[in-house]
Design a binder for this molecule. Structure first.
Ligand code: GDP
Ligand code: MG
Length: 177
């Protein structure tokens, strides 16, 4: 029971990237602890959180890294990307600019990460549907062109959060096993 004496078969490092305030920290809080906060402070200090789960009878520890307020272009260091086997590329679907920056973040990621990294494009805050600024089709088209998985999520309402992380983890597992 619990993590005690648990045999870990795999550790998968996943990095969260994207502009400030798109919801990266809340997606992580929702996935790792099933928590959400509406007035989350800019992330400081915390490097990563882990969640242990079972895929295909193997114990997998997901080690998910969150940027500590370094979301400016080129401010995320190569140490952040080192060893990552998965990435969540997050934009806020109510903020067009955060989507327009995805190409840049992707370029950064591809410049630093392993070429086999599994990447999920995430349009977060889908609970704010009436404020949508990024059509699903635009994101889908970008994802297809760049060979990324794609989902729209809400950390607030828990929509697709588990599913997005599990899709990435399962795909990583499929590749390495
Ligand atoms: P980060 O800078 O990318 O880590 O963004 P945060 O996780 O700190 O979230 C920024 C703001 O957006 C906070 O006020 C969150 O409460 C809010 N937020 C995050 N996810 C959602 C969501 O799915 N829906 C809504 N409505 N707000 C969200
Ligand atoms: Mg944050």
């Amino acid at each position: 029971y619990g993590d005690f004496n648990q045999k870990i078969d795999y550790v998968f490092k996943i990095v969260l990237i994207g502009d400030s305030a798109v919801g990266k920290s809340q997606l992580l809080a929702r996935f790792a602890r099933n928590e959400f906060s509406l007035d989350s402070k800019a992330t400081i200090g915390v490097e990563f959180q882990t969640k242990t789960l079972v895929i295909d009878h193997k114990t997998v520890k997901a080690q998910i890294w969150d940027t500590a307020g370094q979301e400016r272009y080129r401010a995320v260091t190569s140490a952040y990307y080192r060893g990552a086997v998965g990435a969540m590329l997050v934009y806020d679907m109510t903020k067009r600019q955060s989507f327009d920056h995805m190409a840049r973040w992707l370029e950064e990621l591809r410049g630093h990460a392993d070429k086999n990294i599994v990447i999920m494009l995430i349009g977060n805050k889908c609970d704010l549907g009436s404020l949508r600024a990024v059509p699903t089709e635009d994101a889908q088209e970008f994802a297809e062109r760049e060979n990324l998985c794609f989902m729209e999520t809400s950390a607030l309402e828990s929509t697709n959060v588990e599913s997005a992380f599990m899709t990435v983890l399962t795909e990583i597992y499929r590749i390495i096993s």
